[in-house]
Design a protein around this ligand. Structure first.
Ligand code: WT7
Length: 656
């Protein structure tokens, strides 16, 4: 599988197909350059014009207030409601009876909501939330499977000015508790369970466990019946979704909120043990996701658009729900696993629903490759016209396979670079305009000013690696870390003076194309999901047998990175390799991490060691451990104390 070196050696170039370019919103590179130039020279006019396409109940007076940088205010003084723009705005047009959400459950059940129907369901649940005591300024947590009700609940919250925080259904009860307590949610909306690979994933049970452990702000739990599984019930606290909506009106006027009113908090991993609540607000996020959806996915009224991300991640927020709906698009949602009942489930659904735009992650593409070409080749994929990827660098082999086997060599590929914090796509080809190079996210979108710099903030020459920063604020940028503005300032705006620090390494080629090389901080990217090494370490040391732990990523053919944990056990808990005790302890620790954080954080390997290599100042030498985990530059068994301390001593000087 390709590594960074082979990514950078990839020099094929693909022009936008003529047939695509002729009908595209941005049809050639000159049009892109013109928009880019305008966005830099006259940003207020540029963003103001885009924002004017939306409905504002009170117009803004200023496009950007950056006087309290890095705390931005976009569309200052404006008032709007994002659901008015995603739903009501379309009702007076032909889109009224167009499909807004097309959904397929894992068992094969299909549900369809037109814009008029979605509007009605959102109003109904908004009224239900109001009846349960939620008002503007409150926060609700959503912990749900990928069912239409998840999108409905998000939109319902936004409709009445409540802030939502979606927690990915794969996270554990402990993770739910921590997030609920950090955001102070009054209500949790969940389901009995969801379907995944033919099994029921219990959700309500995890909520019960979280609440038992202590979530003092939670007053009510709304439970959708999805899998018809029995769950424990707390009378007075728990309410069935069906009962919550019973008898409520389907009229609910959208509550106008300030442009900077918080739309959602989404937790993501950082470089400390504690996940951070990324805060996105209303006006700028709406403008940013709508604009980028239209340009990057070249959305048209006859598209069936499918972003396969779970709504529990930012990709699902921006490109399953808000971006497509703001454009009046048909957004397809699927509940379950890609290989259930067989590895051709996705291709079957693309053929069945005539999906025209498909957006997925490199890790999924590599899994499809491994499952074999026979699966996609059995299906009619001719409805597809555009493919996208996101989440991690894509290796050229996977890119080429995607283009040939899924795109029939006819579909452009958009490799979109962005982050939870950026809210919307930042660097990506425009499919009708930008020639693509496999492995490169290509050029910045209009309004976005990325740069590759050294540690002093100076631009590095073309072809050299450096830190990826963003030089100017943009509408969908995060506004703060919930409850921790200092961390926001320190983490993102202090590492390189005056610039937003992405945490990614990158290089730029002579054409100005960006090649993202991955995280340069203590964050690893496992199957397109971000995990903090410190977070996993904290989970490990919470186990009574563990004295110290250091977690590093190592290259993984399928997942991009795998997780390796180096662990020292407490005195008296040491395990011998010979009698299987080490294996047993390793399994126990893996399950422990899965329980503390979620299955995505389960280490692939645990290595026991008597000591961790540290610098004289006590810093764990992760780079060294990373080399060992990846079998780079070391030979034989390097897990013993002797090997580590010898290596540590050798490396000590250049670490300090
Ligand atoms: C990190 C953000 C927002 C998308 C889902 C992940 C990596 C994302 C790409 C890409 C190379 C990418 C970066 C980034 N990443 N897209 N096209 N090429 N790397 O969101 O969990 O906030 O993670 O994902 O390392 O910093 P996230």
């Amino acid at each position: 599988m390709a590594n960074i070196t082979s990514i950078l050696k990839e020099d094929r170039r693909f022009e936008p197909p003529r047939a695509f370019a002729e009908r595209a919103h941005v049809g050639d590179l000159a049009a892109y350059h013109a928009a880019y130039r305008e966005s830099l020279e006259a940003p207020d006019e540029f963003w103001g014009r885009i924002a004017n396409a939306f409905r504002w109940t009170k117009p803004w007076t200023e496009v950007l207030d950056w006087s309290a940088a890095p705390f931005a205010r976009w569309f200052v003084g404006g008032e709007t409601n994002i659901t008015d723009n995603c739903l009501d705005r379309h009702l007076a047009t032909a889109r009224r009876d167009k499909i807004a959400i097309l959904w397929e459950g894992e068992p094969g059940d299909v549900r369809v909501f037109t814009y008029a129907e979605l509007h009605r369901e959102v109003c109904r649940f908004a009224n239900a939330l109001t009846r349960l005591g939620i008002t503007k300024g409150d926060t609700i947590v959503l912990y749900m499977p990928m069912v239409p009700e998840l999108a409905i609940a998000m939109l319902a919250a936004a409709r009445i000015g409540a802030t939502h925080s979606v927690i990915f259904g794969g996270f554990s009860a402990t993770a739910v508790r921590d997030r609920v307590n950090d955001c102070g949610a009054k209500i949790i909306v969940t389901a009995d369970g969801g379907y995944r690979r033919g099994q029921v994933v219990p959700l309500k049970a995890a909520v019960d466990e979280a609440l038992l452990a202590g979530c003092p702000t939670v007053e009510r739990v709304v439970v959708l019946s999805r899998t018809k599984t029995e769950t424990a019930w707390v009378t007075g606290r728990d309410v069935h979704w069906a009962d919550a909506v019973a008898g409520v009106s389907t009229d609910c006027a959208p509550v106008a909120v300030d442009s900077e009113h918080p739309l959602f908090v989404l937790y993501t991993s950082g470089t400390t043990g504690k996940p951070k609540g990324v805060v996105h607000t209303t006006g700028g996020y709406m403008v940013g996701t709508a604009y980028t959806s239209k340009l990057v996915f070249d959305l048209r009224d006859d598209d069936v658009y499918w972003c396969m991300a779970d709504i529990g991640w930012v990709t699902g927020h921006s490109y399953v729900v808000y971006g497509p709906l703001a454009n009046g698009a048909t957004t397809f949602m699927y509940e379950g696993a890609p290989n259930f009942p067989e590895p051709d489930r996705f291709w079957k659904m693309i053929a069945k629903h005539r999906v025209s735009i498909f957006y997925t992650a490199p890790t999924a593409i590599r899994a499809f490759m491994r499952w074999g070409d026979a699966w996609p080749s059995q299906h009619d994929l001719s409805s597809l016209r555009l493919l996208g990827t996101v989440g991690e660098p894509i290796n050229p082999e996977a890119w080429i396979w995607y283009r040939q086997k899924i795109g029939g060599e006819r579909c452009p590929i958009v490799d979109t670079w962005w982050q939870t914090e950026t809210g919307a796509i930042m660097i990506s080809p425009l499919p009708g305009a930008t020639p693509t190079k496999p492995g490169s996210a290509t050029l910045p979108l209009p309004g976005i000013v990325p740069e590759v710099v050294d540690k002093d903030g100076h631009a590095v020459p073309d072809g050299s690696g450096g830190f990826l920063v963003i030089r100017r604020p943009w509408p969908s940028m995060l506004r703060t870390i919930h409850g921790d503005p200092e961390r926001y300032q320190k983490q993102y705006w202090s590492q390189i003076a005056g610039a937003y620090f992405t945490g990614d390494g990158a290089r730029c080629d002579a054409d100005g194309y960006f090649w993202i090389m991955g995280r340069i901080d203590d964050v690893i990217n496992v199957a397109g999901h971000r995990l903090g090494t410190m977070e996993i370490e904290s989970a490990l040391v919470a186990h009574p047998a563990v004295a110290e732990a250091a977690v590093v990523g190592r290259p993984d053919e399928l997942k991009g990175q795998g997780i390796v944990a180096f662990v020292t056990l407490c005195a008296g808990r040491s395990v011998s390799q010979s009698n299987g005790a080490a294996q047993k302890m390793a399994d126990e620790l893996k399950s422990h991490v899965a329980k503390e954080i979620g299955a995505i954080a389960r280490p692939d390997e645990i290595r026991f060691t008597d000591a961790l290599p540290k610098t004289r100042s006590g810093k764990i030498m992760r780079r060294l451990l990373g080399d060992i985990a990846a079998n780079r530059g070391t030979t034989g068994d390097t897990t013993t104390l002797e090997d580590l301390s010898v290596l540590a001593k050798l490396r000590e000087q250049d670490e300090e």
